[in-house]
Design a protein around this ligand. Structure first.
Ligand SMILES: Nc1ncnc2c1ncn2[C@@H]1O[C@H](COP(=O)(O)OP(=O)(O)OP(=O)(O)O)[C@@H](O)[C@H]1O
Ligand SMILES: Nc1ccn([C@@H]2O[C@H](COP(=O)(O)O)[C@@H](O)[C@H]2O)c(=O)n1
Length: 206
């Protein structure tokens, strides 16, 4: 079984995808990490994330980078949202994601275009969202817990800018697949959101 989990920044899709991976004993890929790795590789080479050639060259990143905590920074997220708009970057990362999705065991992938582009054949598709202010408050608390302290306003501005870039780009924009189930986590705690996700997957499995 392939489960696709898409949604905007800090909506809780990763939290849900990890919980589903445990529940169904399926491997999980956080596809945002791939774009974050490209972004950090560009920045460390003093390149420009908006330059398609710089971004494409960075797609040959070392897999060890995927464990680097700097990938979780807001700087990496913002630059990832710039490099991910280049069609050549998206094309360079497609095969890797499709191979992961195609494992005999099945898989769970979370991102922006899993249900629409990477695995349109997924048995269950979830689109996780939440009010931007709520997303910013949660991300702000998460960053503070890690010792980073951007102001709440800055976190909200970053989330809004990323939402806009990810939805407006021509290549694989963020959008809900026609056959996805919407999960709005604004008024749900983590346990409630995970329960809603499991119920949605069970309903799709029939
Ligand atoms: N339902 C919820 N209630 C409260 N906090 C939540 C809920 N879901 C997720 N969180 C918290 O919100 C933050 C963002 O969640 P998460 O990382 O899962 O979002 P995401 O959509 O995967 O983000 P990204 O766009 O960075 O990939 C985390 O700190 C997480 O613990
Ligand atoms: N399937 C995906 C996943 C991510 N992106 C881009 O990467 C940025 C960072 O992703 P996070 O999930 O880690 O926040 C995101 O803002 C997108 O621009 C993507 O395009 N497609």
């Amino acid at each position: 079984m392939i489960i696709a989990v898409d949604g905007p920044a800090a909506s809780g899709k990763g939290t849900i995808a990890r919980a589903l991976a445990l529940h169904y004993a399926l491997p999980h890929l956080d596809t945002g990490l791939l774009y974050r790795a490209v972004a950090i590789t560009v920045l460390r080479a003093d390149g420009d994330p908006a330059d398609p050639a710089d971004a494409l060259a960075a797609c040959a990143f070392d897999d060890l980078l995927l464990g680097d905590p700097e990938l979780r920074s807001e700087k990496a997220g913002a630059a990832a949202s710039v490099v991910s708009a280049h069609p050549a970057v998206r094309a360079a990362l497609v095969d890797r994601q499709r191979r992961f999705a195609g494992q005999p065991s099945g898989a769970i992938l979370d991102g922006r275009d899993i249900g629409t582009v990477i695995a349109p054949e997924a048995a269950a598709k979830l689109f996780v969202t939440a009010d931007p202010q709520v997303r910013a408050t949660r991300r702000h608390a998460e960053l503070a817990g890690r010792g980073a302290s951007p102001g709440l306003d800055a976190v909200l501005a970053d989330i809004r800018a990323r939402d806009e870039r990810d939805s407006a780009r021509a290549a694989a924009p963020l959008r809900m697949a026609d056959d996805a189930v919407l999960i709005d986590t604004t008024d749900l705690n983590v346990a409630e959101a995970v329960a809603a996700a499991i119920a949605a997957v069970e309903a799709k499995r029939g």
